[in-house]
Design a protein around this ligand. Structure first.
Ligand code: CMX
Ligand code: CO
Length: 153
């Protein structure tokens, strides 16, 4: 069951400048940063609020780390802006299979590693009225403080 907006993914050219805009304009602090080599992004998670299911809602700022990443391709075509939305679920495996059964293309056979050791998959935007849609199961309740990591898987 999808229980919250986990995050809104926003593509940007310069992560440091964009996180500073969110801090100076709205007061949103960086909760977590990491490089996800598989996804080809450097990202910052800005925690907006906790939710009743023990999760949280974030803004995910994404800067490409290589020219052939999906986000680099998207920025070339569209410029900066909202890249995807992500719904939170306790069971990304079950929910993605159920949605696949409804005829929506799920991009991965098995969920992959996302931000903060979450497990993620994506639904094709052409099957979702133009919205790239991510499904996320968080690793643990989102209660820890600021952290950073670099991952290669
Ligand atoms: N939102 C809406 N539509 C999108 C889109 C997006 N983010 N990205 C691509 N599209 C549309 C394009 O506009 C294009 O439409 P037209 O044919 O009408 O022009 C069509 O989809 C194909 O686009 P493309 O530029 O050729 O891109 P690809 O098919 O190579 O890739 C996709 C599209 C969705 C398969 C790819 O972006 C993908 O695998 N995404 C999932 C992974 C990802 O986005 N990772 C980064 C975020 C990581 C994270 O959140 O942690
Ligand atoms: Co995302």
């Amino acid at each position: 069951m999808l229980t919250r907006i986990d995050h809104i993914g926003i593509a940007c050219f310069d992560l440091d400048k964009t996180t500073e805009f969110y801090r100076a304009t709205y007061g949103f602090e960086v909760f977590h940063t990491e490089v996800n080599e598989e996804q080809g992004v450097r990202e910052a998670m800005l925690r907006i609020n906790g939710t009743d299911d023990g999760g949280a809602s974030y803004i995910q700022l994404l800067e490409p780390v290589r020219e052939d990443s999906t986000v680099a391709k998207w920025l070339d075509k569209n410029g900066e802006g909202v890249h995807h939305i992500a719904f939170g679920t306790a069971d990304v495996d079950a929910d993605s299979e159920e949605i696949r059964g409804r005829g929506v293309r799920v991009l991965y056979d098995e969920p992959r590693r996302g931000s903060m050791d979450s497990r993620i998959t994506f639904l094709h935007p052409k099957d979702c009225h133009g919205v790239l849609t991510e499904l996320v199961t968080a690793a643990t309740p989102h209660t820890s403080g600021n952290s950073s990591a670099t991952t290669s898987h």
